[in-house]
Design a protein around this ligand. Structure first.
Ligand code: GTP
Ligand code: ZN
Length: 364
């Protein structure tokens, strides 16, 4: 090195930042090393660490028990940064998790009042929606609310564009329900827009969507390698189905990492008030323009929502979709663990903000 600037940290390509480095100081003093969790399964995880002597990255198999928590939302997950005790015996162990900047949390599919973290410390939430059939706009809105709630920037990829008759027309419809979000048509089969998509990704991107949306195929296309198993269904008997079951952190050729998540059947929001406001910023703006602050958008005079529904500026379908998500959120927030989790996320956000405001800025 001819100049005095320090070499970037070996984990910089995996999202390590000066802000995280500052947070890590006490752990470094305790002889621990930083690592990013690539996958978690049954009390163990794969954690990516850097060896400063050899200048190479290593994936360690580590024990997650020391950072286990009765609350599943606080348990280690893909994307978390951990303080790793590499010398622990019989195997390396996680000693602490760094505070999360963002987290995609949905309600657990089996225990509805419990949260499940799909990915942590994500900058971009890439929502894959297949164009093989007409997209369900309500489901797209639900994914968008989940994405906005995480604290990361959503991005929509309409996949399998090669199979759609009028991809541009559908894209315009989806864009209408996604204020503030870029919506791209892509095809892993033809390569359409893959370069544009790659340029839109943040340092860490999590890919979410329904099973069969083409997430693993897109991951492979973006990674430029066969890193994920793709569904191959033998036509005769429907057997031989391989779908994504674990989350993996995959480095991308132009820098940054991608987290593929298992296909989601249903997306239950988990403390989604901010997410719903983000996904429905147009509706929130209308509601703010009503004459009365406590307008119930029914019979009140000067209701901007009713006026927008009457003149068609706000679609009846979208208004109903908004109200449905709000009702669902009211129910889930009435559950104490969800409420506690929402409070905790607010505290994380405040902490992250104070880290950002201290002048050490995250790469965007
Ligand atoms: N024609 C076409 N087919 C595609 C494209 N991308 C994916 N597919 C097909 O869509 C099917 C599902 O793709 P996957 O990548 O396995 O979908 P997934 O979202 O990862 O599914 P899960 O792992 O179950 O969540 C496979 O048969 C792919 O070959 C595309 O761009 N064009
Ligand atoms: Zn109103």
């Amino acid at each position: 090195m001819s100049d005095a600037t320090p070499a970037p940290h070996l984990l910089a390509g995996h999202g390590w930042t000066p802000a995280l480095d500052a947070l890590f100081t006490p752990h470094r003093a305790a002889g621990l090393i930083p690592g990013r969790i690539a996958r978690v399964d049954r009390g163990r995880c794969d954690v990516i660490t850097a060896d400063p002597v050899t200048g190479t990255l290593h994936t360690l198999r580590a024990d997650t028990a020391p950072v286990g928590d009765p609350d599943p939302v606080r348990c280690p997950c893909t994307g978390d940064w951990a303080a790793v005790d590499a010398e622990a015996a019989p195997l390396p162990a996680l000693r602490a998790l760094l505070p999360r900047s963002t987290a995609i949390v949905r309600t657990n599919a089996t225990k509805r009042s419990e949260g499940q973290v799909l990915a942590a410390n994500v900058d971009t939430v890439l929502i894959a929606v297949s164009l093989a059939a007409e997209p369900d706009l309500g489901r797209v809105e639900r994914f968008l609310a989940l994405a906005w709630e995480s604290g990361a920037q959503p991005l929509v990829a309409l996949t399998k564009a090669d199979l759609a008759g009028d991809a541009e027309h559908i894209r315009a419809d989806v864009e209408d329900v996604a204020p503030g979000v870029t919506v791209l048509t892509v095809s892993a089969a033809t390569g359409e827009n893959l370069d544009v998509l790659a340029a839109c990704l943040g340092p860490t991107t999590a890919l979410i969507g329904q099973s069969g949306a083409g997430k693993s195929t897109l991951t492979n296309a973006l990674a430029g390698a066969e890193v994920m198993a793709v569904q191959h269904v033998r036509d005769s008997d429907g057997k031989g189905r391989h779908t994504t079951t674990t989350r993996e952190l995959i480095p991308l050729p132009d820098g940054g990492v991608l987290i593929d998540t298992p296909g989601l059947r249903g997306v239950g929001l988990y403390g989604g008030a901010e997410g719903i406001s983000g996904a429905f910023s147009d509706v929130a703006a209308l509601a703010a323009a009503c004459r009365f602050d406590d307008c119930a958008h029914g019979v009140e005079p000067g209701c901007a929502v009713v006026a927008a529904l009457a003149d068609g500026t706000l679609a009846e379908r979208r208004w109903e979709s908004y109200r449905k998500l709000q009702r669902e959120n009211a129910w889930i927030e009435s559950r104490s663990d969800a409420r506690l989790a929402a409070e905790r996320r607010r505290r994380w956000k405040v902490l992250q903000k104070s880290v950002r405001d201290s002048g050490v800025v995250r790469r965007r």
